[in-house]
Design a protein around this ligand. Structure first.
Ligand SMILES: [Zn+2]
Length: 334
């Protein structure tokens, strides 16, 4: 694992880092974990080094913690970071860093990466939920920077939301807020992996697209282009005009519209920013997404629902990890 040489600048308004040095940002996903050195300076964030490795959560928490520690030390070497920010698939309690029955990190319940990393590096370590910190990053670096009320919705293998309300991240009683994937949008419909029937994740996630394609092909629906029945196969086939894939996408977009309309009604955000792998596949169909939202939202949203694709690409969570790291560094220096 060698350091990549690339340096990227993400322009945006942000609080000055107050003369603090760079931070190490960690983004733990169900499949891949990413580590980078991020320097936030005035209006920009610089991602100076990027590393990644397969999470392989089933190898156990201790095994993962050891691999992460080694990589964080390697990224930090010679850079004098002032803090580490870890964002992760959750649920996770931001106060303690403890996992709360994380469905995609089996066996990690009750464990926290924070004490081990703090002891090993001698630096403050902040932990946050990936979607929550992505919402924070949007308010600092995204095209809605400065927003005090914003929702970041990630539509990927699963679906989750990060909520910023009145300028503060909403984390809930034990870190479980923002589980927008389990809003009921399709009563009686398919269940998600966690087992709630009719939820948004069961209806519009990458996993739902794949499951629906498999179901229809098994039921004898003919299709020219949906071969692998993975979410990306469905998205690609729909782009190429396959009617079955298109029907699956259209249905999923309708359910997504219902979920987003509910979020607008509940939280009155300045905007709902949508990111994640499936969301990228939706960008060519954005007018259809807006139509699906507006058809189900309160009248004031008709003809202008503030629902937009992210401009931060895959980096929203990683930049959010840098934001909470800087907050931790400031706290330690206060
Ligand atoms: Zn669910």
């Amino acid at each position: 694992m060698s350091h990549s040489a690339q340096t990227e600048r993400i322009e945006g308004m942000t609080d000055a880092s107050g003369g603090l040095g760079p931070v190490v940002a960690v983004d733990i996903g169900a499949t891949t974990t990413r580590v980078a050195l991020v320097h936030v300076a005035g209006p920009a964030a610089e991602v100076r080094a990027r590393e990644r490795f397969p999470t392989e959560a089933a190898r156990g928490f201790e095994d993962f913690a050891g691999r992460l520690d080694a990589l964080v030390r390697s990224v930090a070497a010679g850079a004098s970071p002032v803090a580490v920010g870890v964002c992760t698939a959750g649920p996770v309690d931001p106060a303690t860093g403890e996992y709360r029955f994380p469905p995609n990190l089996p066996g990690w319940h009750g464990r926290s990466l924070r004490p081990g990393l703090e002891a090993s590096l001698g630096l403050p370590v902040a932990v946050g939920h990936d979607a929550t910190v992505a919402a924070l990053a949007e308010t600092r670096f995204g095209h809605r920077r400065g927003a005090r009320d914003l929702v970041y919705l990630t539509v990927s293998t699963g679906i989750g939301a990060g909520i910023v309300s009145g300028g503060r991240a909403v984390t809930g009683h034990a870190g479980g807020a923002g589980e927008a994937g389990h809003l009921i949008v399709n009563p009686g419909g398919a269940a998600c992996g966690a087992g709630c029937p009719g939820c948004l994740e069961g209806a519009a996630s990458g996993a739902a697209l794949a499951a629906e394609a498999a179901r229809r092909i098994e039921a004898g629906d003919r299709t020219a282009l949906v071969r692998g029945a993975r979410a990306e196969d469905v998205v690609r086939a729909a782009e190429q005009g396959d009617p079955l894939a298109d029907a699956i996408m259209r249905e999923a977009i309708g359910h997504l519209g219902a979920g987003i309309a509910s979020l607008l009604a509940l939280l009155d955000p300045e905007a709902v920013i949508v990111g994640g792998g499936v969301a990228r596949g939706l960008e060519p169909r954005w007018a259809e997404v807006l139509e699906a939202v507006e058809a189900r939202a309160l009248p004031r949203y008709r003809g202008g629902a503030p629902v937009e694709p992210t401009t931060l690409g895959d980096d929203a969570s990683l930049l959010g990890a840098a934001v909470i790291a800087l907050e931790a560094a400031r706290g330690a220096h206060a």
